[in-house]
Design a protein around this ligand. Sequence first.
Ligand code: MOS
Length: 763
Amino acid sequence: MEKETVIGKPLDRIDGPLKVSGTAKYAAEFNQKNMAYAFPVRSTIASGSISSIDISEAKKAPGVVNILTHENAPKLAPASGEEFKKSGASVGENFIPMQDNQVHYWGQYIALVIAETYEEARMAAAMVKVNYTKGIVSVNLEKALPGGFRPEKSNGQPAQINAGKTQSIIDSAAVKVDHSYSTSTENHHPMEPHASVAVWNGESKVTLYSSSQGVIALSATVAYFFKLKPENVQIINPFVGGGFGSKGSEWGQGILATMAAKVVKRPVKLVITRQMMQTNVGRRSETIQKVALASDRNGKLQAIRHENGTYANLSEYFEPSGKQSAVLYASPLREITHKVAKLNIGTPTFMRAPGETPGVFALETAMDELAYELKMDPIELRRINHTAVDPMKNHPFSSEYLLDCYTIGAEKFGWNKRDMKPGKNKVGNQLIGYGMATATYPAIRSSASAKVQLKSDGSFVVMCATQDIGTGTYTIMAQTAAEALGVDVKNITVKLGDSSLPPGPVSGGSTTTASVNPAVYEAAKKLRNDLLILARADSQSPLYGKKTEDINFSDGLFYLKNDPAKKDAYVAIMLRHKKTLMEGCVTAMPASGSGLGSQKSMCSNAEIELDENGDAEKYSFHSFGAQFAEVWVDEDFGTVRVKRFVSVHDVGTIMNEKTARSQILGGVIYGFGSALMEETVYDQRYGNPVTRTLADYHVPVNLDVPEIDVYFIGKKDPHISPIGARGIGEIGITGVSAAIGNAIFNATGKRLRDLPFTPDKLV
Ligand code: MOS
């Protein structure tokens, strides 16, 4: 009996039928008896204060139950200070609406109407009258940056490295490039807008159905603000219609729904509009970057300098676009700095590959420019400067196949057909160009707990308070458990998206797969081992007294390796021992803790499994890739079409070829948006976004997406976990804008350094 490997198989999503038949329940669909609806009122100024707010007429509108403003809303615990920090609360902005009369950005929630129906709440919201004292509106990054500040750190990492140290090397370099790049403000638009249904159970317990990338963090958040015990706040979230970082922390709608439900003593539903997605749930902020590269005549880098400018508002978060410049390429010296201005724009947050998406664009465009200065093939330049060692930490990468990504990508793409000289390849009025870029994203793993149960009908339940944000978490958890137990995936039910389950980390930073599956694997193994111990000690078992090393498992049973007829089924073993349920529960964590740090709580009676080999002190954990674009640029109209795209990635073990490919496809298409269309534009006078909806905030549609070829190296990372999988959700976007921009240069000879590459920049 040769055992088949389940991990890696391109299985269909086990939750697919639920999703396509409309039976998968999303947060907004948990309707309650006697439920009221809340609709927020947003500020129509970007800076200043509310001088008066008149709700008298709105209160008389049909169906209105109550209206909350800063004058009558309950005061919650503050979104700052020591208690807040200790609580594990995670908010997108250090700000709770309606606690005072201050306005920090256009669209800020300033009142909340609660009514019998959604329509009634929405209509009454339009009847609330507000007078403001207007402040000065600052929404222009270029103007504000000189007055900005230099933060010491970004997410715990140094934000200023070797400031001022590279100038003399760059001045005297044999070959150099030194240019400015800019990227646009972008907004998250997952299919499912942020939604919450809050249900109080007495005064001390609340259940919140809420679209979230982190149910454990959200339960801590609600518990903190309403002064409840975390175990008395249950977050339920079995399906999430995407998040991209905007559901990584709480952005107010969950807090407001909970507040409203407390005040009106009824369950309350709050679903925000697409327009609110544009103002109230974070954004990727605009960046202005300068990259200087100095090399010798052979293309060996002598210095990399990356200066980054961006904005922040009501949190410490800023777009860390210098990140990748600390990881890519060997260079004796590198200087990376960040400067941040405060603007009256809704608070920025993580958005798919925060930092790398704008940062790789600038660095990888500069590399292409340097290749042209050197008259050298761009891949050759990258090979010459390749590093197998993290240049800042001086640790080797845990496993790294970037050179193979270049080789495979170039071959699959047909890079050898590229003419280095721009403007050579033309069909009619279409200029054709080839471009490439390196992709990179850190691999983060944090601790996670999982429980695996065997039930008396022989089926298994796998549990973790993680979430499936559309990525395939359900499916790969089932595959992992199936692998460890030697059973068919069909025998496994997965439960997630519930904060009362054994805790898992936030699904952000591409951490879920690398963190949750080692726990699932170990929990399943623990259950299997417990069953085997029972069998070997059981005189009724054909395996009685046999040595562990002589026993194998598959198809839900143990058998003797050299006499497979001697076998004992898991469920038979359990039932003979008069048990109706057996379970394994494990908290798995990397030995020295990498990335986001440890999850504090774990399941009761959990075995703690330390991975001896997941050693963050000895290795640096990163994923890499190479991305290739063919573009056709219309000479007359300046429109850019991506005709072909090839993406090759080194991300460790692939858990499921199909869902993994989907993650890269999503990332690449997201990158098409970044490269060619996505841009949130603010009215410079009033600070409101003029791109208010998906009618004017453009994202790629099917016709914008050509054939995308995805390849994986698929080699296990032996140091991140025994499974060897790194995250995969974010790396797919990172090199796309640069690959497309470099292809546009190859097509036209025009170097575009400002995203997005709209037609006006090409004619
Ligand atoms: Mo991701 S931007 O960390 O959800």
